[in-house]
Design a protein around this ligand. Structure first.
Ligand code: XBP
Ligand code: MG
Length: 251
């Protein structure tokens, strides 16, 4: 197999979006809806066990609220709260609150120069993806990605493999011709479930996760002047991730 495409996760991988992006957006939505719910950093870390904002709201209600405090119409309330939250999140992104992680822009440009195909496979919404790409890589950068597999396009979100299988089908590529870049246990279970070799860059919420089967586990993708920290794996004397290194893992 030879490397043909990189498939990027978004939240936690392209940018560290959860603690200072999605989490405050959820809290702003709850306040706007007149709810006294507040997800602090620790609680949000527990809620990240469930992917998908609507599913996470339902998980919170069912698992963290006493029965007498649970809203009756959660099946209706969750999607409407999520719409408000997505508005707040995209406003946060537009303010530049969520920069790309180290090495992401460099690797994307390296991949484009090398003729690698690019795709996204994420649990978040297409609106959130396009806002993040537009504000961090510039207008039109979403066209760099042949496939943006996002959110409700599949019935089951990560850790189910559906979103990565959907991306492979849209790319018309076998799993072994791709490398997925992920940040979380749910993410790698999804990508490996689809048979895709996977590189992990951790963040504050996921560094304690289990990443069995990863090509390597790194602090981030690194920059020439800011080496990444290798948690597990062999970077073959390199100090940052580039296309040559990824290709060497695929040979
Ligand atoms: C991470 C998620 C998403 C975000 C919130 O997605 O699980 O649910 O936490 O975004 P990924 P939404 O790591 O797959 O990019 O509220 O839009 O779901
Ligand atoms: Mg992620």
């Amino acid at each position: 197999m030879s490397l043909n495409a990189l498939i990027f996760d978004v939240d936690g991988t392209l940018a560290d979006t959860e603690r200072d992006g999605h989490r405050p957006a959820f809290n702003q939505a709850f306040a706007e809806a007149g709810l006294d719910w507040y997800w602090d950093e620790a609680l949000y870390g527990e809620l990240l066990a469930v992917t998908g904002g609507k599913e996470r709201i339902k998980y919170f209600v069912e698992s963290f609220l006493a029965p007498e405090h649970r809203p009756q119409d959660i099946e209706l309330l969750a999607p409407s709260l999520h719409q408000i939250k997505t508005r707040h999140y995209t406003e946060l992104v537009a303010k530049g609150a969520l920069p790309l992680r180290p090495g992401v822009r460099r690797l994307l440009l390296d991949a484009r120069r090398s003729g690698l195909r690019l795709a996204i496979a994420t649990t978040t919404t297409p609106d959130n993806v396009r806002a993040l790409l537009r504000h961090s890589l510039g207008e039109g950068s979403d066209s760099w990605f042949e496939v943006i597999a996002a959110g409700d396009v599949v019935p089951a979100k990560k850790p189910a493999p559906d979103i990565y299988r959907w991306a492979l089908q849209a790319l018309n590529l076998p799993a072994g011709d791709c490398i997925a870049l992920e940040d979380s246990a749910n993410g790698i279970r999804s990508s490996l479930g689809a048979g895709i070799p996977t590189l992990i860059t951790v963040n504050g919420y996921t560094e304690g996760d289990s990443f069995d089967g990863a090509l390597a586990i790194l602090s981030d993708l690194g920059e020439p002047d800011a080496p990444c920290r290798v948690i597990r794996g062999n970077l073959k004397a390199k100090t940052f991730v580039d296309v040559d290194l990824l290709k060497s893992w695929s040979d």
